[in-house]
Design a binder for this molecule. Structure first.
Ligand SMILES: [Zn+2]
Length: 278
């Protein structure tokens, strides 16, 4: 068990989350004996070199591993995009609460492990020892390559130092209810702009701007911290535990909001950590 002492949480740049009232206090409720601070977004005022690095870790073909990706040009336009990045392009529906599959396909994907490697080089040397844990909320959508089905999958979290939690991933990575996809197919078929909220599914999935994302974010920070407590294996099989690895949004809402607790095993581990730290 790694006894870290400080947790640094970097806000997302789009600034859509409530770190002050929900996320940081939410994490403090669990980790009672360590210092948790809130910081400015990790990628602010980036230079050309970092922007070029970000362009180079984009994934354009999700069915190929990183070393077989088509090379993306570090064009002026791409570098400019990274330097001035403020929010993912979602087909002009930025503030709209409705998003669709068509829009998701236009999101730029980045290799999550390579982004983590880049971020690691940017952490101040005084804070790169095991006393410190860095958790970066990032609006870019990250993905990781799976050897199992030989393709990239959108991810919400990549654990390690730093851990990266993708705010776009929270909405896009766990699958929405089946009815939602049916609805999108219908919309695509009829090419209709009528995206009136389907009341039967609205509570079962998350969309951009949903306040519940803040409570979900607490759960992901807990997973990032348990990554160190459990030596790299923070996920739980109990769907009533906040460390449950949800693949569906309904599961995510259940474990993070409806039950909002840790299972016995993880509660004991946390208690141990807090006792040693205090
Ligand atoms: Zn658990």
């Amino acid at each position: 068990m790694l006894q870290f002492k400080y947790v640094h949480i970097y806000c997302n740049k789009v600034n859509t989350l409530d770190f002050v009232n929900v996320i940081v206090p939410g994490v403090r409720k669990y980790f009672t004996s360590i210092t948790i601070d809130m910081r400015h977004p990790f990628l602010t005022h980036i230079d050309d070199a970092i922007a070029e690095n970000l362009v180079s870790i984009r994934i354009s073909d999700t069915k190929k591993p990183f070393n077989e990706q088509p090379k993306i040009k570090e064009s002026e336009q791409n570098v400019f995009y990274e330097k001035n990045f403020s929010r993912p392009i979602i087909n002009g529906a930025e503030n709209n609460t409705n998003t669709s599959r068509r829009e998701y396909e236009e999101l730029i994907l980045y290799d999550g492990f390579l982004m983590q490697r880049l971020f690691h080089t940017m952490i101040n040397e005084n804070e790169s020892n095991t006393d410190h844990v860095h958790i970066v909320f990032e609006d870019r959508l990250i993905c990781t390559f799976s050897q199992e089905d030989w393709r990239y999958h959108a991810r919400t979290i990549v654990g390690g130092n730093p851990s990266i939690i993708s705010t776009t991933g929270i909405v896009e990575a766990p699958a929405k209810p089946k009815e939602w996809y049916m609805k999108q197919m219908q919309l695509a078929t009829y090419d209709s702009d009528d995206e009136n909220e389907d009341t039967s599914t609205e509570k079962k999935y998350l969309d951009y701007g949903d306040y519940r994302i803040n409570f979900i974010a607490v759960g992901y920070v807990l997973q990032a911290l348990f990554f160190f407590i459990t030596e790299g294996d923070p996920f739980c099989n109990d769907n009533n535990c906040r460390l449950y690895n949800a693949h569906w949004q309904e599961e995510l809402l259940h474990s993070q909001i409806e039950t909002e607790t840790l299972c016995n095993e993880h509660a004991v581990l946390l208690h141990k950590f807090n006792t040693v730290s205090s």
